[in-house]
Design a protein around this ligand. Structure first.
Ligand code: B12
Ligand code: SF4
Length: 278
């Protein structure tokens, strides 16, 4: 908590934004509720500063109303922050009311429906200069890269649709390729593709991998992907419900596994090379 106190002391913020990453750890046998320490952070901010406290992030977006109530902040933004958060900052600077902005939750008020940016290329990419300097370029630092948002698979245990919606929205493969080139030039080689499902759609995934291979980019990737659902090899998620009708045998074999697999990190994590996808 001393880091929070020091930052507020040094910066004297006009607005405080808090990213709530997790509600719980999703471990089925003994789930851990992770919001109590966040509540303490909010309370510390409140004691140290009169600035409005804005919540956001993946965890916050799953239960925006009750998380706002439990954590005691001034407002929360459900889903992507790139459009609504700057609008909040602009209104706070003008001392104008913030109500009515898309995805904004205020205590005791009905929320305004959120909006999704359809083409991710309309949004700015993260500023690599803001990465923690001591980590950038280190072998242990995996730079997060996001090429897509949303997932249509609707697995019963998963909260992704509450966070990013059901339709897949993308950056163009060229944008991602250029972004990777830029990051490589600044010394990073390890990239964690934080897309929920790297191989959705397969055509997009293949095009992106081809572009990366064509440019000979020297990168080490980690991706989350839906198990290969073909007749020779597959894993399982509850997304089995949504498998194509022409694969009845695979559906039948996956269904009994769905419950057991609920405690896993959604999808699969892979350290395979891009050749596997192409
Ligand atoms: C990639 C990923 C991982 C990677 C992270 C790799 C890395 N280097 O970052 C790994 C595999 C390590 C991981 C681990 C875990 N993960 Co995970 N992970 C994800 C995933 C798929 C993407 C997260 C991401 O980076 N998104 C990209 C960024 C850009 O988006 P974002 O952070 O949401 O930020 C946007 C908005 O939320 C908003 N925003 C964010 N902060 C703020 C702040 C303010 C003030 C505002 C206004 C807006 C705002 O604006 C941003 C831009 O639009 C999500 C699923 C999802 N769809 O969110 C799950 C997810 C977040 N993980 C989840 C879980 C449970 C975990 C683990 C606890 C699993 C475990 N038992 O170990 C751990 C915890 C790790 C940790 N330390 O927190 C759950 C959380 C659900 C819950 N119940 O709380 C999710 C939602 C998966 C799911 N569908 O259920 N994870
Ligand atoms: S578990 Fe994976 S495939 Fe299923 S809905 Fe969530 S992100 Fe999509």
């Amino acid at each position: 908590m001393s880091a929070v106190r020091d930052s507020i002391g040094d910066l004297c913020p006009e607005v405080i934004g808090i990213s709530v990453r997790n509600i719980d750890d999703q471990v089925m046998e003994s789930p851990q509720f992770l919001l109590p320490p966040v509540r303490e952070v909010v309370a510390t901010c409140r004691r140290m500063s009169g600035a409005p406290i804005v919540l956001g992030g993946a965890g916050y977006s799953i239960f925006p109303e009750s998380a706002l109530r439990y954590l005691g902040a001034n407002m929360g933004i459900r889903g992507e922050g790139e459009t609504t958060f700057p609008a909040v900052l602009e209104r706070v600077a003008r001392r104008a009311p913030v109500s009515g902005l898309p995805g904004l939750y205020l205590p005791g008020q009905p929320p305004t429906g959120r909006s999704f940016v359809t083409n991710l290329d309309d949004l700015p990419l993260p500023d690599a200069r803001l990465f923690v300097p001591s980590l950038s370029g280190s072998v242990d630092f995996w730079v997060p890269v996001q090429s897509r948002r949303g997932c249509p698979m609707d697995c019963s245990f998963c909260s992704t649709s509450a966070i990013e919606g059901r339709s897949i929205r993308r950056h163009s493969p060229d944008t991602i390729k250029e972004w990777l080139e830029h990051l490589l030039a600044s010394g990073s080689h390890n990239f964690h593709f934080v897309d929920n499902t790297f191989n959705l759609s397969p055509a997009y995934a293949k095009e992106l991998c081809r572009k990366i291979l064509e440019r000979g980019l020297d990168i080490k990737p980690v991706v989350h992907h839906l198990p290969q659902v073909d007749r020779s090899r597959f894993g399982a998620t509850d997304g089995a419900r949504r498998l194509p009708r022409d694969q009845p045998r695979v559906r039948k074999r996956l269904r009994p596994h769905a419950g057991k697999l609920q405690q896993e990190v959604p999808g699969r994590r892979s350290e395979n090379s891009f050749e596997d996808v192409c």
